[in-house]
Unconditional design. Structure first.
Length: 106
């Protein structure tokens, strides 16, 4: 099950999250994307602490597609340095994981 991953990426707005989701799904780089609205982020940026309201994307895809996912997000994102973090799926419903594998394309 090491091939399946979850990618987290924050967006500046719901509109941006919808655009990125549409691109990821229509280009078959993700089997499913959850859009989680209204989270607060606190982070260092250019030497000072910033606070932002953001939207979180939870992207289900394959490790073999991560470079394509990164490229797509960076090309369509408003941030200079978008958050793109991938974590492995270590276990799960075998039927769901098969569906995930079947729905993405390189």
């Amino acid at each position: 099950m090491a091939e399946e991953i979850v990618v987290f990426s924050t967006c500046s707005s719901r509109d941006e999250a919808e655009r990125l989701t549409e691109a990821l799904i229509s280009e078959r780089k993700a089997a499913c994307v959850n859009i989680i609205p209204s989270l607060s982020s606190v982070y260092w940026w250019k030497g000072k602490i910033e606070r932002s309201e953001e939207v979180l994307l939870v992207i289900k895809t394959l490790k073999s597609l991560i470079e394509e996912v990164i490229t797509l997000i960076k090309a369509n994102h408003s941030y200079t340095v978008p958050e793109i973090i991938a974590v492995p799926i270590v276990a799960g419903n075998p039927d769901y994981l098969k569906w995930l594998r079947d729905e993405v394309r390189s």
